[in-house]
Design a protein around this ligand. Structure first.
Ligand code: URA
Length: 433
């Protein structure tokens, strides 16, 4: 088999066989197929797509390209949750302990942020001493004991995805359904969960900007999961503005603690409970969606979800005093108020713009080797649909320098303020199961 023949076949609208897909994945992972041929191949997929079967084979081959996790020594049905990536998305910090609080084991392998999107590991490392480097035994032991552990993805989990994702990132081939679906699902399959809840973001801050494309992505991933024996549900949620009011690592941890303490931060609480309810239903914990929601809401209001979070942070070496006193989390030196240039209503807040402004402050990475600053970030004082006076504060930047000019400019450009009152955005668009 020759790679050039696979490239020309896909370029001309042909369909690959299972053996050809396997040839590409294994050849590229081992280094036998060079980046220039893999790039050309990815671009043919970007323009010509893949059939359902091709996408399923690609996922399976990527999942099996390295180590796979066997979670069978953990008691109970293991349920995982994965977000397609957004801004202000601290939902794992809430759903993890919330679901653990009702006895469902969550063995979570999370990633770091890149570009305008944040990563759960970076947020958790706002806690002094918190460790994501767990041995397999420690990881399994913590899930059995506390029902929740979060670790970094081991180097050899779905290595084909690792290599291909890095190549996609620099060849303009990230935003395409078969490649996103196979990338996410290969990691979920390799990390061993029996059931998976996907939070598929849609809107300006998401990979999929239109609802139609987000639905297609969700349907593709649900089908892959089912065909490979994992119960999978996808919830399509809004990413037309950042989630909650806080963006940046410590900031997001503080806001997650507020929700875990029962505060009614509407969008964040609503989407967290929705995803947690689907996790609980997949784990066969409740007989109805309503019953699941009622239990989970109670766990947020009666302190059990917060207690599970405290236990989890402490068990991985983090300083639990910060859970009870979030003001002790890393703090920036300057707090710069961004003022509304005109009066009116906030029509939209470009989530990608706010994520990029936070990255300029140091909260995120422009390249994967950058260090991040846990203290910096952005607090949104006004959200979509809110009325605003001219000169009123719309956002506060938590910065290391007194001006942060680029970030201020970016935040201002991300807000669209107009005179007519807009309709409030929906939070949850669809559930695909
Ligand atoms: N997240 C992933 O893991 N892969 C993608 O391709 C997009 C988002």
């Amino acid at each position: 088999m020759r790679m050039v023949d696979l490239i020309t076949k896909k370029r001309d609208g042909g369909t690959l066989s299972k053996e050809e897909v396997a040839f590409f994945v294994h050849g590229y992972t081992k280094g036998d197929i060079p980046d220039y041929q893999a790039s050309a191949f990815l671009m043919t997929v970007y323009f010509n797509g893949m059939t359902e079967e091709e996408t399923a084979w690609l996922t399976e081959e990527m999942a099996n390209s390295g180590e796979t996790f066997d979670l069978s020594s953990i008691e109970g049905k293991k349920v995982d949750k994965h977000s397609t990536g957004g801004v202000g998305d601290k939902i794992t910090l809430i759903t993890g302990p919330l679901v653990a609080a009702i006895g469902i084991p969550v063995a979570k392998m999370s990633g770091r942020g890149l570009g305008h999107t944040g990563g759960t590991l970076d947020k958790l490392e706002s806690f002094n001493g918190f460790s994501i480097d767990l041995s397999r035994e420690q990881f399994m032991g913590l899930v059995n004991e506390n029902k929740l552990a979060v670790a970094g993805q081991t180097g050899n989990l779905a290595p084909a995805d690792k290599k291909l994702y890095a190549l996609r990132d620099v060849t303009g081939t990230v935003n395409t359904i078969p490649l996103i679906a196979s990338s996410i699902m290969s990691k979920k399959l390799a990390s061993g969960a029996e059931a998976i809840v996907l939070d598929v973001k849609t809107g300006s801050g998401a990979f999929m900007k239109s609802l139609d494309d987000s639905k297609k992505l969700a349907e593709t991933m649900v089908k892959i999961g089912k065909n490979l024996g994992r119960q999978t549900v996808a919830v399509i949620t809004d990413m037309n503005q950042p989630l909650g009011f806080e963006v940046g690592n410590s900031n997001e941890v503080k806001e997650a603690i507020q929700v875990l303490s029962g505060e009614k931060i509407t969008d964040l609480r609503e989407i967290s409970v929705e995803l947690a309810a689907h996790m609980a239903l997949l784990a066969d914990k409740f007989s109805s969606y309503e019953e699941a929601r009622a239990h989970l809401e109670a766990c947020l209001d009666n302190g059990t979800a917060l207690a599970a979070f405290r236990t989890f942070i402490g068990a991985q070496g983090g300083d639990t005093a910060l859970v009870d006193n979030p003001e002790l989390l890393p703090q920036a030196d300057y707090h710069i108020e961004v003022k509304a240039p005109v009066a009116g209503f906030v029509h939209s807040i470009d989530a990608e713009g706010i994520g990029t402004a936070a990255m300029y402050l140091g909260a995120g990475r422009a390249t994967k080797d950058d260090d991040i600053d846990h203290a910096v970030g952005i607090t949104l004082k006004k959200k979509q649909g809110d009325a605003v006076e001219q000169g009123e504060t719309i956002a506060i930047l938590h910065a290391r320098d007194a001006q942060a000019v680029d970030s201020v400019t970016k935040v201002l450009a991300s807000y669209t303020i107009d005179t007519a009152q807009p309709k409030k955005m929906e939070l949850i668009y669809d559930v695909i199961s």
